[in-house]
Design a binder for this molecule. Structure first.
Ligand code: NDP
Length: 245
């Protein structure tokens, strides 16, 4: 398989770390972003110890100019980005009655504006080179909606609208754009939920367990590969059978 440069936003989080490791294990050079300093040295050391080629750049994905500047720097330092995984995301849950404009905007901006900010500076290069992969990490809650998550559900559903439209615009140029919609995955965020609540969540998953970050990463790896070239504009559910559409 061809070795390429993969840029993963939020690649030091629960799912992001697995995505970075899977792409690196496939031989790609992996670059990730983080917004809060502190974890990057340990992350880089871990990747180096595994023998992977990995880099980390600090960048707030809600900042359009910072994303543009970061991609320019990556291109100069390492080379052009062929694979982009839009994975950075946050939640700020509240019922709509209690939802503030700040919590609405933070979630839309981190989960959805970020997709514009990160894709814009890489897509022309992919088109010019005749090969590229964009993978957007959405959520089951963007497919079915979730009580207390009007902001997150709207942002995650919006990601897939973006996917379907951009996929059509770049389809003839060897560039694919796809969405992955994970269900509940065993990351720190979900494991921090009280055990009784977590058990209620698990009871609704036909497979009878939470998903593993590596299961999401495996699908990203497939979508980032050469053999996935006929799959574009898709929204791939990976949720233990909890919801299909
Ligand atoms: P984490 O909270 O572990 O990771 C999120 C990552 O996003 C962090 O690395 C964080 O970096 C980064 N991030 C957040 N805000 C910004 C910002 N403004 N600029 C740059 N980076 C930012 O979450 P998960 O690994 O659980 O989730 C990854 C993705 O998967 C998210 O999009 C999430 O919505 C989605 N998802 C998760 C599910 C789950 O069950 N865990 C289920 C369905 C979807 P930093 O700390 O440096 O800000």
């Amino acid at each position: 398989m061809a070795k390429r440069i993969a840029l993963v936003s939020g690649g030091m989080g629960g799912i992001g770390t697995s995505i970075c490791k899977a792409l690196a294990a496939a031989g790609h050079t992996v670059v990730t972003t983080y917004s809060k300093p502190g974890k990057e040295q340990a992350w880089l050391a871990d990747m180096k110890e595994a023998g992977y080629q990995a880099y980390a750049y600090q960048c707030d994905v809600t900042d359009t100019a910072a994303c543009q500047a970061m991609v320019e720097k990556i291109t100069q330092d390492i080379g052009p980005v062929d694979i982009l995984v839009n994975n950075a995301g946050i939640t700020r849950d509240a019922t709509f009655k209690r939802l503030t404009k700040d919590d609405w905007s933070a979630v839309i901006s981190t989960n959805l504006d970020s997709v514009f900010n990160m894709t814009k500076p890489v897509i022309d290069g992919m088109v010019d080179r005749g090969w590229g992969r964009v993978v957007n990490i959405s959520s089951i809650n963007g497919q079915k909606g979730q009580f207390g998550q009007t902001n997150y559900s709207a942002a995650k559903a919006g990601m897939h609208g973006f996917t379907m439209a951009l996929a059509q615009e770049v389809a003839k140029k060897g560039v694919t754009v796809n969405t992955i919609s994970p269900g509940y995955i065993a990351t720190e965020m979900v494991m921090a939920v009280p055990e009784d609540v977590r058990n209620k969540i698990i009871a609704q998953i036909p497979v009878g367990r939470l998903g593993k970050p590596e299961e999401i990463a495996g699908l990203v790896n497939y979508l980032a590969s050469d053999v996935s070239g006929f799959m574009t504009g898709a929204n791939l559910a990976i949720n233990g059978g909890q919801h299909t559409m």
